[in-house]
Design a protein around this ligand. Structure first.
Ligand code: GLU
Length: 319
């Protein structure tokens, strides 16, 4: 037996003799956000901070920046993360085996609750001359990194407006914080992004350059929205971003908190309960969370509820 082993054993035996209480280590929980300047990262950070404040003896929550919705769904499927944030449309596709998950449904995916609405947006600088979607032809456009939720939304919009991603534009796949910078630095002409409002991702470029936001309201977008329960038509109100003093008509998804059926029921119950019992704190932690309310937070979810979340909703008589 090595000296270290002997000392450790001795310490344990002595500890038992003097009746030292056994200290249960807090359980590490990983929560996947997205780009550091987006709102998902704030969801991961703010819920982690609520949990560490109220349940710090039991849990050690860590919010992580990630590639976005698709990355989070796949990491949760593999068990690499306990929780993550993902767009309602991507959730639906994953659970039902469509799009990126064609023929490979993520059947272990479970819903916890919905967060804020996210609008699909196309943001450019005034000086590019882009005033409508068709004007992006021949330009350098960020459509979102692989792993993000927005990339698929951007591809839907391109298809609907008859724009070929390979031939008609120079498509980039930057992470969103890089894209915001690249717009200011004139390395790209516009970016697509699907995000809650207000978001630093748009606020930051809007303070450095004159930006313009392009409506995404083609009749075929409206048809797509009508056909899918996870989309709604909406408006980004005038004044949300500096220099954008007009309403921008577009469509929206919902940011949802997801987990895996194999995550312990108590872990999901404790998180759900802590969030709902401290909802005022969560609402106050970011402007995009201001309107969160329990009724809407139980809607817009495409995968079944995790039993831990359901236990809390039943206790409250919400389900
Ligand atoms: N909707 C984006 C995605 O799924 C992330 C937006 C955000 O970070 O707030 O990848």
């Amino acid at each position: 037996m090595s000296l270290k082993r002997v000392l450790v054993t001795l310490a344990v035996v002595l500890g038992l003799m003097v009746g030292t209480p056994t200290v249960q280590a807090a359980q590490d929980i990983l929560f996947g956000g997205a780009s550091i300047t987006g709102v998902y990262y704030q969801v991961a950070l703010q819920i982690s901070s609520l949990m560490n404040k109220h349940q710090g003896d039991n849990y050690n929550y860590v919010g992580r920046p990630t590639g976005g919705s698709v990355f989070n769904i796949n990491a949760i499927e593999r068990g690499a993360f306990d929780f993550g944030v993902a767009q309602s449309d991507r959730n639906y596709q994953a659970y039902h085996g469509e799009a990126d998950w064609d023929g490979k449904p993520v059947t272990d995916l479970r819903s916890v609750f919905s967060m804020h609405p996210e609008t699909v947006m196309l943001v450019t600088r005034e000086d590019t001359g882009i005033k409508k979607v068709e004007d992006i032809k021949g330009k350098r456009i960020n459509i979102g990194n692989p792993g993000s939720g927005q990339r698929y939304n951007a591809q839907d919009v391109l298809r609907i407006y008859g724009i070929d991603q390979e031939k008609d534009i120079r498509a980039e796949g930057l992470q969103q914080h890089e894209a915001s910078r690249a717009l200011v630095d004139r390395k790209i002409d516009a970016f697509f992004y699907t995000v809650g409002n207000p978001s630093a991702t748009v606020e930051e470029p809007a303070t450095s350059v004159d930006i313009r936001m392009i409506p995404l309201n083609h009749d075929k977008i409206k048809e797509m929205v009508a056909e899918n329960p996870y989309y709604i038509m909406t408006k980004i109100p005038a004044g949300t971003y500096k220099g954008v003093d007009y309403d921008v008509e577009t469509y929206a998804v919902t940011a949802t908190v997801i987990t895996n059926i194999n995550v312990d029921e108590d872990v999901v119950y404790d998180m759900t309960k802590t969030v709902f019992e401290n909802l005022d704190q969560l609402r106050a932690s970011h402007a995009a969370f201001k309107h969160l309310n329990p009724e809407e937070m139980l809607q817009g979810l495409s995968a079944p509820f995790h039993p831990g979340a359901m236990r809390y909703y039943k206790e409250k008589g919400w389900k």
